[in-house]
Design a protein around this ligand. Structure first.
Ligand SMILES: Nc1ncnc2c1ncn2[C@@H]1O[C@H](COP(=O)(O)OP(=O)(O)O)[C@@H](O)[C@H]1O
Ligand SMILES: [Mg+2]
Length: 362
């Protein structure tokens, strides 16, 4: 179980220098638009694999007109304190994020860090989850999978790489058929794994939400499912492969691949009646909060993972349902929360000992 004890930023985003301690439980960051609340959550989310909550271009993390940023923090993992340092290195004009744990940037210590820390994230755009693009929804589900499997990103990246490779071969003048066959087999096996993991993630949500229903007084029944032109219930390797082979001509002409998990969408059926895209933004926020609560329950009780919550602009659209779900999370789980909002008053309903941080423009 990981806890962020403190953080220091130097030349990170809008901060020249910023330093604060954090509470083990509930941290609420408030301040005017543009003061740097999202940047702070982003900085925290960089303590792990990847490019943080905004999936940012690494160069953009550096304060304008500076050469590098530096993030320093103490991380408590199983009662031990680790010093984490994050900065960038430039290689062939490209910026690369570097993490050091106790001054060690070996693969082993990075893997240890990734295994020890997991984030559940709410971003204000998620209030439009079911009106956003299918790729946004795929990403949303993929992040949930990533919260329980820190190697999932590698799978997604490998899959994307193979798709690009196939595209290159299809577009080349002399198609190497043997090579193409090999890539397509690779695509199907990786793709199948992604389909299966997404399916089981959605099943997990469906089961957890059903089980939690009586305890939590949820306003909706939800059923999540994958929507995909190619896949119905059972996904079969041979069928996937022959479909991919049959779409070569089409894919050669239009680029990309016509079928596969990169084309899936995710829907949620509300009360067995209609799709979640018909709900208001505030109601979609309820769904997202329900999902995060369900995932948190799953991580803690089934996977022994204690996630850290990063909830950006959570203060708006907090009707009684949304408040209740948020309070349920805060009161039931011994984990660390970071919530942001423009006003301290938005959080007056939180009764636990919250620590408030007034972020001011620098
Ligand atoms: N690389 C950067 N250098 C300097 N300022 C930046 C950089 N990236 C973002 N900013 C600034 O940081 C400010 C705060 O952003 P943000 O954290 O999103 O604010 P909020 O408190 O509303 O969440 C913005 O005004 C933005 O212009
Ligand atoms: Mg913000």
């Amino acid at each position: 179980m990981a806890r962020i004890k403190n953080i220091e930023f130097y030349n990170f985003r809008n901060f020249k220098s910023y330093k604060t301690l954090f509470d083990n439980k509930l941290n609420i960051l408030f301040g005017d638009n543009g003061c740097g609340k999202t940047n702070i959550l982003e900085g925290i989310s960089l303590i792990s694999k990847g490019r943080g909550i905004r999936n940012a271009n690494i160069a953009n993390l550096i304060k304008k007109d500076q050469d590098n940023f530096f993030i320093k923090n103490n991380l408590e993992i199983e009662k031990n304190i680790f010093n984490v340092e994050i900065f960038t290195e430039q290689k062939n004009e490209k910026f690369k994020k570097v993490i050091k744990i106790n001054d060690d940037s070996s693969k082993d210590s990075l893997n240890f860090l990734n295994k020890s820390i997991s984030y559940l994230i709410f971003l204000p755009e998620m209030e439009r989850l079911f009106q956003a693009s299918p790729s946004y929804r795929r990403n949303f589900i993929d992040r949930l999978i990533f919260s329980s499997r820190n190697d999932y990103n590698t799978l997604i990246n490998k899959y994307k790489k193979s798709l690009l490779e196939r595209n290159k071969v299809l577009q080349s003048y002399n198609t190497d058929n043997e090579w193409l066959n090999r890539i397509e087999i690779e695509i199907c096996s990786l793709g199948l794994e992604i389909y299966n993991l997404r399916n089981s993630q959605l099943n997990t949500l469906n089961i957890e939400l059903r089980n939690m229903k009586h305890d939590h007084n949820f306003p909706f029944d939800l059923k999540f499912e994958i929507k995909d032109n190619f896949v119905s219930n059972e996904i079969n390797f041979e069928e996937f492969l022959s479909n991919l082979q049959n779409s070569r001509e089409y894919d050669k002409q239009f680029g990309g691949a016509k079928i596969g998990p990169h084309k899936s969408d995710i829907t949620s059926i509300v009360n067995n009646e209609f799709e979640a895209s018909l709900l208001s933004t505030g109601q979609q926020k309820t769904i997202v909060l329900m999902v995060l609560l369900a995932q948190c329950n799953y991580l803690i009780n089934r996977k022994e993972i204690n996630p850290i919550f990063l909830f950006d602009e959570i203060g708006s659209h907090l009707d009684k349902h949304n408040r209740q779900i948020l309070l349920d999370m805060i009161n039931r789980f011994e984990i660390q929360f970071f919530l942001t909002g423009t006003d301290k008053n938005l959080f007056s309903f939180v009764s636990t000992n919250a620590h408030f941080y007034n972020i001011t423009k620098v």
